[in-house]
Write a new protein. Structure first.
Ligand SMILES: Cc1cc2nc3c(=O)[nH]c(=O)nc-3n(C[C@H](O)[C@H](O)[C@H](O)COP(=O)(O)OP(=O)(O)OC[C@H]3O[C@@H](n4cnc5c(N)ncnc54)[C@H](O)[C@@H]3O)c2cc1C
Length: 428
């Protein structure tokens, strides 16, 4: 190993990782580093950062390299509260710096090519990065080919805000600039998509802001589905807190948007045209670009995986976790991605030692706020079965429909605790 080509990384990108304050520890003893198995992780979000951290925790002898274009991750969870105005972007931004304590090296950049034969990952510049096992967790991409009129350029005027960051800020600014009495249109895609209850929590959070700042305004949700996660709980909460401010239109009542006219700020359905002062278009989704270009997806646009190890059924030696994967009954949630990241990390450590993977259990809880003091939740435990991952009967459920306000308030506190503990688990 030469100094300029440590672990297959060019000096420039390695220094970029070091400058980010990440992971010099793995390189301090070249002899051991040379012999150590190499795990590369694409993506530093809920799935990827969890897997990177836990591989190192389960076996500190393994070299772990995490590739992500940013030095920190802005979480989608709690980004709806930025729209409501009671959370800041800073409070949902988590630096990768503490992953260093576990010896994870970050390569700053975007993975562009996976070579499953040579077992390398390429970025736009620099040498290929070799791996013994690769974990891919790039999240979702919005499908800019799915609905005529909605492409990347249109998203600058009509944000999806389904990846937290600049899009979240844009949507918040648009809400702040809107006149009182304006109409906020939301379009929600069919399944599967990231965070099944997310759009309905978002509607509530926008209503929370409008009720205080622009009380004559309306929110119209055009939905491509007939029903949605925690529906009775959301609809009870909307009514209790916001009266008639939120209207929901299911697919069968002409809720499916067929065309977007960004210039005229109009959504076209089969039988109507809806003009919005602000439009939040949550487009259909598929696996992140690197998973698609590597051929890891099937006709659904997502990646089929082994339900025990999350190893791709297309390319052995590559694991796909988080929203990009097809995880059976597990929802596309941050909690599920975190759970998958830990299970996958353990499986990878075992497989590198020639041991079989252990039978896993997965967990998920999704809290949603209807108001800052009004929380609801759905929880479940999941196991691999012959047909993929299934929910364990009677393992979870939703908040009771009839519950005193104290119970809703307690769930809002639990939601806050959940966010603190999961982000500390991943990035702390
Ligand atoms: C509004 C909203 C609210 C939500 N609320 C909740 C909630 O309350 N609870 C919950 O459990 N879940 C929630 N979710 C869902 C949660 O955000 C996702 O399920 C979770 O982030 C999925 O994790 P992931 O690792 O698959 O993707 P992400 O967390 O999105 O991470 C993907 C990472 O990969 C990186 N990346 C992508 N491509 C490349 C590449 N080629 N090279 C290198 N890096 C790359 C990206 O930069 C990113 O950092 C919410 C989602 C939304 C949109």
């Amino acid at each position: 190993m030469t100094k300029s080509n440590v672990h297959g990384l060019s000096r420039r990108r390695f220094v970029a990782g070091a400058a980010a304050g990440i992971g010099l520890a793995g390189f301090s003893r070249p002899v051991r580093a040379q012999a150590a198995p190499r795990v590369v992780v694409i993506g530093g979000g809920f799935g990827g950062a969890t897997a990177a951290k836990y591989v190192r925790m389960f076996d500190p002898a393994i070299q772990v390299t995490m590739i992500d274009p940013a030095r920190s991750h802005i979480t989608c969870p709690f980004s709806n509260y930025v729209l409501a105005g009671f959370r800041t972007m800073d409070s949902i931004t988590h630096s990768f710096i503490n992953l260093r304590a576990n010896g994870v090296t970050q390569v700053l950049g975007t993975a562009t090519v996976i070579d499953p034969v040579a077992k390398t990952v390429r970025l736009a510049v620099g040498d290929p990065i070799p791996y013994d096992r690769l974990i891919v967790s790039p999240g979702i991409d919005l499908r800019f080919d799915a609905v005529p009129g909605y492409d990347e350029a249109a998203s600058e005027k009509i944000p999806h805000a389904w990846k937290a960051g600049a899009q979240t800020v844009l949507l918040r600014q648009q809400l702040e600039s809107m006149r009182d009495g304006g109409v906020v249109l939301m379009s929600v895609p069919g399944n599967p998509y990231r965070c099944p209850p997310g759009p309905y929590e978002r509607a509530a959070m926008i209503a929370h802001y409008l009720k205080a700042a622009k009380p004559r305004s309306k929110i119209l949700i055009l939905d491509s589905k007939e029903m949605f996660s925690k529906q009775p709980l959301f609809q009870d909460g909307w009514k209790a807190l916001y009266g008639d401010m939120i209207e929901w239109v299911p697919a069968s009542k002409d809720g499916i948007v067929k065309r977007v006219d960004a210039g005229a700020m109009t959504l076209h359905t089969d039988f109507a045209q809806h003009k919005g002062d602000v439009i939040n278009f949550i487009a259909p989704q598929w696996a992140g670009a690197i998973a698609r270009s590597a051929g890891l997806t099937n006709q659904t646009g997502f990646c089929p995986v082994d339900p025990v190890t999350f190893e791709s059924t297309v390319h052995r030696g590559i694991h796909v976790i988080g929203d990009s994967s097809i995880a059976g009954a597990l929802p596309k949630s941050g909690f599920a991605a975190n759970s998958e990241g830990k299970v996958c990390a353990m499986a990878v450590v075992n497989l590198l030692k020639g041991k079989p993977a252990e039978a896993p259990t997965y967990v998920n809880t999704c809290y949603s706020l209807v108001g800052p003091d009004y929380g609801i939740s759905v929880a479940g435990v999941y196991k691999p079965g012959p047909q993929g991952i299934v929910e364990v009967p009677n393992s979870g459920g939703t908040s009771p429909r009839e519950a005193p306000l104290d119970a809703r308030k307690a769930e809002a506190v639990f939601a806050e605790g959940w966010y603190r503990s999961i982000t500390a688990d991943i990035y702390g």
